[in-house]
Each structure stands twice: as C-alpha cells, then as structure tokens.
Design a protein around this ligand. Structure first.
Ligand SMILES: Cc1cc2nc3c(=O)[nH]c(=O)nc-3n(C[C@H](O)[C@H](O)[C@H](O)COP(=O)(O)OP(=O)(O)OC[C@H]3O[C@@H](n4cnc5c(N)ncnc54)[C@H](O)[C@@H]3O)c2cc1C
Length: 543
C-alpha cells in the first residue's frame, strides 16, 4: 500500500486527551501528527470550564488536602450507583491521569491549582466525598506569548474564560460580562488548552486544521492508517505504531443523538464539528459502540441569532437554573425537581411513562425582574435587554402562564408556594439548595438564607420554553486498560486507541461527576502515548 504521509502516532482531534498524547509521545521520541477537522485547535475541551477532577492527585496533596486511594475507590463505587462497571479500566486511566498531571506540569509548563470552594458532586451524600481538593484548574495563561497563533485556539462562548473557576464561584453574575474583557488572558477550558497548544507549538508538533479523518485503514489485522480529507482532496496517512481517535461522540449527528439520548428533541452544546464521526470510525473496523446512559438531556435554550460554525449555539441552564428568583415548571405549571441539582433536573426532565410519554416535557424557565437585574442569562448580563424572541414576558404571573400555554391558576399556585419556601430558605418539596455542589456552582453566595432560593414576586415575569441539551455522553467505544478500542467480541483492535467523549462511561457508572470527562480524556490519552511508545520499542518515562 502506498502512503502520502507516515508517522509513528497519528491522532485525530485536538482536545485535551489528544494533545496530552501528542506531547507525551513526542517527548518519548515518536513522530506525531494531529489532524483536526475544525479550523481551530482545542476541540470541545476549549469551550469547557476546564475543571479536571482527579481524586488523590499530587496537587491536592501538595496544597495540604487529605485524600487517599481507598477514599477514591469508595467514591467511585458511589458513582456506579451499585451497577457493575469495568473498574480495572477506570483504575488504569485514573492512575494515568495522575501521572499526566505531573508530566504536564514538569515537561509542558502547566501550572495547576486546586479549585477552592468546589465540593465533589456527591458531597453530603457519601463520606468518601471531599468538600474541596479534587478539582484542578490551570493558572491563567498569557495568550500574548502565542503571537498570531492566538487566533488559532478555539475560544468559548459558553464560559467566561477571562476569570478562573475559583473567581467565578465567588461572583456568579460575573460569568456573563467578563468575556468581553478577557483580552489575551485565558483561564478555564481555553486556558488549559492554550498551555497544551503552546507546548505542542514549541515542540513543532504538526497540527493540521481543516483535516477530517474519514476512514480507518486496516491491514495485517491492525489499524494501519487513515484517510484524511482536506480542502484539496484526500490523503492516506500511515500510523506506524498507533492511531488515536479523540473525535468526540455522536454530538450533532441528527439521528443518532436522539436515539442515544432517547428524547423527543435534543441539541448538542459542543462545537458543531463534533457530529458523530466516531460512529463511522467504529463501523469501519468493527469497534463496539455501546449505549450507556450517564447524564440525560438537561434543560437548555438558544439565544436567537447566536451562531458558531453556521449553527445555533445551545446553552444549558447549568448555573442559571439554580440562581434565586427562578424555577423550572412543566406544562402543568408544576415544579418537578431541585433545579439547582443538574443531575436530578436532567433525569426528571426526561421522565418517561409508558402510558403518558414524557411527563415533564415541554418545560419552561420562569423568573422575575429581580433575577434579570442580578444575574446573567447565558451571554446576557444582569440588567441587559433580552434579544427579541428569547423570552416571553408579562406584568403578572397568570398573564405569563396564558402566553406560555400553562394553566394560569397552577403556575400562580406554584409560585405562591415557592415564595413561602424562598422566604424561609427551605424547599420542602425538592430540597433546592441543600447540596453543597449546587450551592457552590449554581448559587448566589450573597443571597441569604439560601443561595439557591429567592422569591419570584417582582414584575415583569419572564418565561422561556426550554429544550433538551447535552454534551452527548450516552454512547461510545469500549476501551481496555491501555486505551485500546475493543471490537464487538471484546478484543482490542490492534494499534487503535481512543480517548475523550468518543469513549463510553461503562467504566465509571451512571452518576456523572463533573470534571471527570477532561480527567478521563487526559488519562486515556496518556495511556495511548505510553502504549504507542512501547509498540515502537522505545522507553516511556513514568511520572
Ligand atoms: C459548557 C461546558 C462545560 C464543560 N466543562 C467541563 C469541565 O469543566 N470539565 C470536564 O471534565 N468536562 C466538561 N465538559 C464536558 C466536555 O464535553 C468534555 O470534557 C470535553 O468535550 C472532552 O473532550 P474530548 O477529549 O472528547 O475531545 P474534544 O475536545 O471534544 O475534541 C474533539 C475534537 O475532534 C474533532 N473532530 C471531530 N470529528 C473529527 C474527524 N473526523 N477528524 C478529525 N477531527 C475531528 C472536533 O472538531 C473536536 O475538535 C463541559 C461541557 C460543556 C458543554
């Protein structure tokens, strides 16, 4: 077979796992190439909050937090919810992610720190959870060192990357308007990716943007390379020792996303270049692509006119749903979940009854003028006008209900009851504001007595008809302890590795721990680099 290009390791996608693998393999002496479909580098990883959640990591220990391997094991057991999981695989990438943290600090200049004030998602429900320590983020990156290449980095429309997570936790409404002032300062996901991209540039690792992996080539019972499509046609690229897929999940795929989410409508929060190419990659070589439900579609919306890559930007209400002076109701005008708890909200938004269908769908975000003055709604800062077509408003709550098609007396009753709860600071119906994670992540620390509860009694009243949104976690490849992709018989496909959202959560379980995606992607990417290095007969330095 003739090839246009040849490398020891070929990587598709340029998110956190992909670039961790590229750096580690390069440093071990392998020739490495990265093909990225988008015109920008950084993937969905660069639009995130950049929270990397790793229990018993070196940074938390250095900063004086107490943690242990046995606590970590117990916590993962809680995340599994009692379901059988492939714990060996999880242990393997977890250990690798700890090593990757050290490697990236020592060799690639990443400056890590613990996000103070952010507890584990299950803090308060299990004693293996910590109140802080396991979440890491990077110190701000000075983007001016990138020169004109600064423009090549994917930035986030969804997070205010000019401030760190820790700063953001203290200033909820800052999330909206900070972005305009970010300049060249990169924090959160964009910051994390900027460190990695800068390190890759310094090493002169080739990163080809606008290059899409379209097919895997198998020869001699292994994945030998791939066909890459670029502007001028297709090229055949040989992967001498490994091919790493880090190309996201089903994302924007119009049909498979609905099937894997099992919802009547669903929209992807990630950049539109993630459109299910991993499914095609799988079918080429017989890889298993399995459904595994982690987080259901959660309430979200799109701001009219906001587009990226020619498609609408979808936003989740992950913070906003927990802010005071707001609730989410179904079409009967009833609340159905603790709005500040994104897992419960996601589960119950998608509640399905065999005789009645989706019992809480459609659903609506309801808030008042106090909310509008104090908090942001996605990109719209406190007090700023709403763009036309985003919200429905009325001077009365029953008037709002009529406009939204909700029974007016029911919505009025829900709001009246909620206001009693808000004044007391206790929500006897759903326990809003009782979870430490919710208080920290989606509460207003200045709101007393409960950071997630505030009355809805100041006109005008506002409503938005919501849709389901998500990152698309509910299906993916199965991998082994070395990040090798498994075929439908459970055997590794020689030379093919995977990391990131294209890998299923079969090894963790159905309860989503925020920050685990980046950690797992990084750990699997690191394992893939180690595996490729060993296949090449070279030494991989362990950290
Ligand atoms: C607002 C928001 C905040 C989040 N915050 C966090 C957080 O703080 N921590 C966390 O752990 N998770 C977070 N997530 C979850 C997030 O989805 C994942 O952590 C992240 O996407 C993982 O990235 P990845 O490794 O799968 O690769 P990605 O970063 O998704 O990269 C995949 C890349 O592959 C490219 N690609 C696709 N198809 C091809 C192809 N055929 N050929 C070549 N390239 C291709 C894409 O263009 C993309 O650049 C957040 C999600 C959202 C929406």
């Amino acid at each position: 077979m003739s090839w246009d290009l040849e490398y020891d390791m070929v990587i598709a996608g340029s998110g956190v796992g992909a670039l961790t693998a590229a750096l580690a393999a390069n440093d071990a002496g392998l020739s490495v190439v990265v093909f990225e479909k988008s015109r920008l580098i950084g993937g969905a990883s660069a639009i995130t909050n950049g929270e990397v959640w790793i229990p018993y990591n070196s940074v938390e220990l250095e900063e004086g937090f107490k943690d242990s391997e046995s606590l970590a094991e117990k916590y993962f057991s809680a995340l599994s919810g009692g379901l059988p999981v492939y714990a060996q695989v999880r242990r393997s990438w977890l250990q690798a992610s700890r090593s990757a943290i050290i490697y990236l600090k020592e060799r690639a200049g990443l400056r890590w720190r613990v996000i103070k004030g952010l507890p584990d998602v299950l803090y308060g429900s299990t004693d293996s959870a910590l109140s802080e320590g396991r979440y890491l983020e990077v110190e701000p990156f000075d983007g001016s060192v990138l020169g004109s290449k600064f423009e090549k980095i994917q930035k986030s429309l969804l997070v205010p990357y000019g401030i760190t997570n820790e700063e953001m936790l203290k200033l909820p409404s800052a999330r909206a308007y900070d972005r305009a002032n970010a300049g060249k300062k990169l924090c959160q996901g964009p910051g994390l990716m900027a460190y990695l991209i800068y390190a890759a540039f310094k090493r002169k690792i080739e990163i080809f943007c606008g290059h899409k992996l379209v097919r895997l080539i198998k020869a001699n019972h292994k994945v030998a390379g791939a066909i890459i499509k670029e502007r001028n046609g297709e090229i055949k690229v040989k992967a001498r020792h490994a091919l790493l897929l880090s190309i996201g999940g089903y994302g924007w795929h119009p049909k498979y996303s609905l099937l894997y989410e099992h919802l009547p409508e669903w929209h992807c929060l990630l950049p539109p270049t993630i459109e299910g190419d991993s499914l095609l990659g799988a079918s080429d070589v017989g890889a298993a692509y399995i459904p595994y439900k982690v987080v259901g579609g959660r309430p979200g919306y799109t701001v009219p006119g906001e587009v990226w890559f020619g498609k609408p930007v979808y936003r989740s209400l992950i913070n906003e749903a927990g802010y005071p002076h707001s609730i989410i109701v179904n079409s009967s005008g009833k609340r159905f979940a603790d709005e500040s708890n994104f897992q419960q909200l996601a589960d119950r938004s998608g509640s399905f009854d065999r005789s009645r269908g989706f019992t809480n769908y459609p659903f609506f975000f309801i808030f008042d003028e106090q909310y509008r003055r104090k908090y942001h709604l996605g990109p719209i800062g406190p007090g700023e006008p709403f763009p036309s077509g985003l919200v429905t408003s009325s001077g009365t709550d029953d008037g709002l209900a009529r406009k939204l098609g909700i029974p007016p007396s029911s919505l009025t009753e829900t709001i009246t009851n909620f206001n009693v709860f808000a004044r007391k600071g206790i929500d006897p119906e759903f326990g809003r504001g009782t979870k430490a994670w919710s208080r920290a992540f989606s509460g207003d620390p200045h709101n007393r007595p409960n950071p997630n509860l505030g009355t809805i009694d100041t006109p005008p009243f506002y409503g938005i008809r919501l849709t389901y949104v998500g990152a698309g976690y509910n299906a993916g490849y199965m991998v082994d302890v070395e990040a090798r992709v498994l075929n439908v018989s459970g055997k590794p496909i020689a030379s093919l590795c995977a990391c990131g959202n294209c890998v299923s959560f079969f090894d963790v379980g159905p309860i989503y721990q925020d920050g685990i995606s980046l950690a797992k992607s990084m750990g699997l990417g690191y394992l893939a680099a180690r595996n490729a290095t060993r296949s090449a007969g070279k030494q991989f330095h362990e950290f």
